[in-house]
Design a protein around this ligand. Structure first.
Ligand SMILES: [Zn+2]
Length: 259
């Protein structure tokens, strides 16, 4: 298959998969609370010995997503879930439909853990909002490409894009999310992202599941970015490959443009 056929396939596949209702798919609910919501006293006591969880949550939230209107709640005991062959107990989760983060008891073990869990879950919010914009632009680019296909070649020198699917200069400003993210989601970084996966055992489990056909590429990158967010909030900088650092930076800077 030629590169241009691959690009056309990605675009049309995107079109057929657009706006699916993921809310009932447990794999789409990302384990990861509303930063401004005060945690109830009794819930606070269940979890651990953190003096001021509300302040910690708020500081992580302010730093990562600013004044985003999201709900963060403390939700008692976490549930068990599997990713491929691995079993985990939820310390938090994120529902992209309601934009709600739930924090479970395990998240309140100590301050470092709490910071990390909140940062992980908020990364899912960033991913969700940025992906929505990307999806809108993918559709718009797809319409342009189809118009070209009717009349002329979208990959020609004066067309929409190169044979690799990257936009020609005059279209880059019009589709900033597509321009910045195409290579990460669909293009040339695909292989390297996959090879440099496994930043933490948790994200590694999603890549493994993806390889075995039990999980999507989107979920694997979403969880890997969330783990990077967790590590950074916990002050751990070592061991994050450059390609992933770049991807993480891009997502966070694009998020600021979504408002
Ligand atoms: Zn997650």
């Amino acid at each position: 298959m030629s590169l241009r056929d691959q690009v056309l396939r990605v675009l049309s596949k995107h079109e057929t998969e657009r706006n699916p209702d993921h809310s009932h798919d447990p794999r789409r609910r990302h384990r990861s609370i509303n930063g401004d919501a005060a945690i109830q006293e009794e819930e606070r006591n269940q979890g651990g010995t953190i003096e001021n969880p509300g302040e910690i949550i708020k500081s992580v939230k302010d730093k990562l997503v600013g004044d985003a209107n999201i709900v963060i709640i403390s939700n008692g005991e976490g549930y068990n879930f599997r990713v491929g062959d691995s079993e985990f107990i939820a310390v938090g989760d994120f529902d992209s439909q309601s934009e709600r983060v739930r924090l479970f008891n395990g998240a309140f073990k100590d301050e470092t853990v709490l910071k990390g869990v909140v940062a992980h879950e908020l990364s899912h919010l960033i991913f969700s909002r940025v992906q929505k914009k990307l999806s809108e632009e993918m559709s718009a680019v797809n319409r342009l490409v189809m118009d070209y296909t009717e009349n002329s070649d979208p990959f020609a020198k004066n067309g929409v894009m190169s044979a690799e699917g990257t936009l020609r200069d005059e279209y880059k400003k019009r589709f900033p999310y597509y321009d910045a993210l195409y290579d990460y989601f669909y293009g040339k970084h695909y292989k390297e992202l996959k090879e440099k996966d496994g930043i933490t055992p948790y994200s590694a489990s999603y890549w493994k599941a993806h390889e075995q056909g039990n999980g999507s590429w989107d979920t694997a990158i979403n969880e890997t970015l969330a783990e990077i967010s967790r590590l950074k909030a916990q002050g751990i900088k070592k061991g994050i490959p450059n390609i992933w650092r770049g991807f993480y930076r891009e997502m966070n800077s694009l998020y600021k443009k979504t408002k």
